[in-house]
Design a protein around this ligand. Sequence first.
Ligand SMILES: CC(C)(COP(=O)(O)OP(=O)(O)OC[C@H]1O[C@@H](n2cnc3c(N)ncnc32)[C@H](O)[C@@H]1OP(=O)(O)O)[C@@H](O)C(=O)NCCC(=O)NCCS
Length: 216
Amino acid sequence: MRRLLVLGAGGHGKVVADAASASRKWAVIEFLDDRHPEHGRLEDWKVIARPVDIARVVVADDEVIVGIGDNARRLAIIEELLSRGIKLTVVAHPAAVISPRATLAPGCVVFAGAVINAGTSIGRGCIVNTGAIVDHDCRLDDAVHVAPGSALGGNVRVGRRSWVGIGASVRHGASIGSDTMIGAGAAVVADIGDNVVAVGVPARISTRGDSDRAAE
Ligand SMILES: CC(C)(COP(=O)(O)OP(=O)(O)OC[C@H]1O[C@@H](n2cnc3c(N)ncnc32)[C@H](O)[C@@H]1OP(=O)(O)O)[C@@H](O)C(=O)NCCC(=O)NCCS
């Protein structure tokens, strides 16, 4: 009986488990969460242990996914799991359309209505969220989050741990650096560097805070 262990029983983890359940790839889906044992269930799934106890609960056939929305935390946990030889999987909702000519590294999740086109390569632990579009020949580095309803044109590059906010659009060929946040609804029409927040149409670097970057 194949089991999927989802690390993180919050809002994002719930959607990961829901997509995994819809895919029918796993007979059992269980969570690990820091709030165990107080947090014993999420919807109809059990929370069985804390993530630090994974070595105690994982068995040979298990597959693991990290269901934590925060890009930096997710990547750190993924790197730790891989260094310990724990096998990470990819969770894709059956209503996502993923080209057989696209590649997804371990630890990625792709939600309902997302489209990933031919020639695209997606690094470890990326989130392609509900209804997001990643067109042809894009390169997403590790732990990128393409939020719901956002769209990347062809040949877009996105650096490690960056976040393309809900409903944002990125013009074909544009590059976004690492640790950058593209605000909700922005239109990226030129390259954006590392470690900035960019908002608006066209997107401009904002001097505002970045409270959303630590969200779930
Ligand atoms: C850009 C962003 C990170 C800024 O967050 P923040 O620092 O908390 O900003 P605040 O909400 O305090 O807003 C500060 C100012 O920026 C403006 N602003 C915030 N987000 C904006 C956006 N996406 N586009 C344009 N202006 C924006 C606000 O209107 C406010 O302007 P004001 O001071 O003139 O009233 C955030 O608003 C955002 O867009 N996050 C994306 C979230 C997302 O996509 N979530 C998906 C979850 S799956």
